[in-house]
Ligand binder design. Structure first.
Ligand SMILES: [Zn+2]
Length: 248
């Protein structure tokens, strides 16, 4: 769409590595604790909670794809609070100060995981958030603080409730929420460019085993999933469950 510079936080992580090829052609700046190996992008290293590092990272940036944080659904609150709560709030505040147009941020299916864990599927994105774990609760907070920022000011915020974001599903529990690389890239590009001021959308690939209703992503972002976990279903390890979220 435009030639605005896009900052990707958490760029050195697993999701970042799967995403970056989808942002080719856009001026990129990558932010992480350690330098991501990317020949065509500027790199800024630092901590999300360091205001000076955030100011450097956001200077001249039009949009942010925020992937940084603790991605471990089994992590305790003490390990999640800093990166997922304080870190995201700091990033949003700095983005507002820097005049950033849009922040696309990684939420998670764990923000709605209690529905899937209780068998209330397919999960409708319009239902009230209902996390299955402290990790999911931090994502519910991130969705709320983003909504407040967009309600009060010009910064636009789009949350993506990412499912199992791996190149291929390898376990039965990943089949219902798998988000493959091509669909991840499509969703983030659409989230950067969509005509929406604030929204939170389900972010999984298509397929018959899906537990997540994609209507909101189709209508709000124009998402058309290209991948289906079914083609991997016969080869995955049976880890005893059809859901990727946390049991009660
Ligand atoms: Zn969970």
């Amino acid at each position: 769409m435009s030639a605005e510079r896009v900052l990707v936080t958490g760029a050195a992580g697993s999701v970042g590595g799967q995403l970056l090829p989808g942002l080719a052609g856009r001026p990129l700046r990558l932010f992480d604790r350690e330098a991501a190996d990317h020949p065509d992008a500027e790199v800024v290293t630092g901590e999300l909670t360091d205001p000076a590092a955030l100011e450097r990272a956001l200077d001249g940036v039009g949009a942010v794809v925020h992937l940084a944080g603790n991605p471990d659904p089994s992590a305790p609150w003490e390990e999640l609070r800093g990166p997922n709560v304080e870190g995201f709030a700091a990033l949003l505040a700095a983005a507002e100060r820097a005049g950033v147009r849009r922040v696309v941020f990684a939420s998670s299916v764990h923000a709605m995981g209690a529905y899937e864990a209780d068998g209330r599927v397919p999960v409708d994105a319009a239902w009230a958030p209902r996390a299955c774990c402290p990790y999911g609760a931090t994502k519910v907070f991130d969705e709320a603080v983003a909504q407040v920022a967009s309600r009060r000011g010009p910064v636009s915020t789009v949350g993506l409730r990412l499912g199992a974001t791996v190149p291929e599903p390898t376990k039965r529990s990943q089949l219902a929420s798998w988000l493959g690389p091509a669909d991840l890239r499509q969703l983030v590009v659409r989230a950067l460019d969509a005509d929406v001021h604030h929204g939170v959308f389900p972010a999984v690939s298509g397929g018959t085993r899906r537990h997540w209703d994609l209507t909101a992503a189709r209508t709000g972002l124009g998402y058309e999933p290209a991948l289906d976990s079914e083609e991997f279903a016969s080869g995955v390890q049976d880890d005893g469950t059809d859901t990727g979220v946390c049991p009660r």
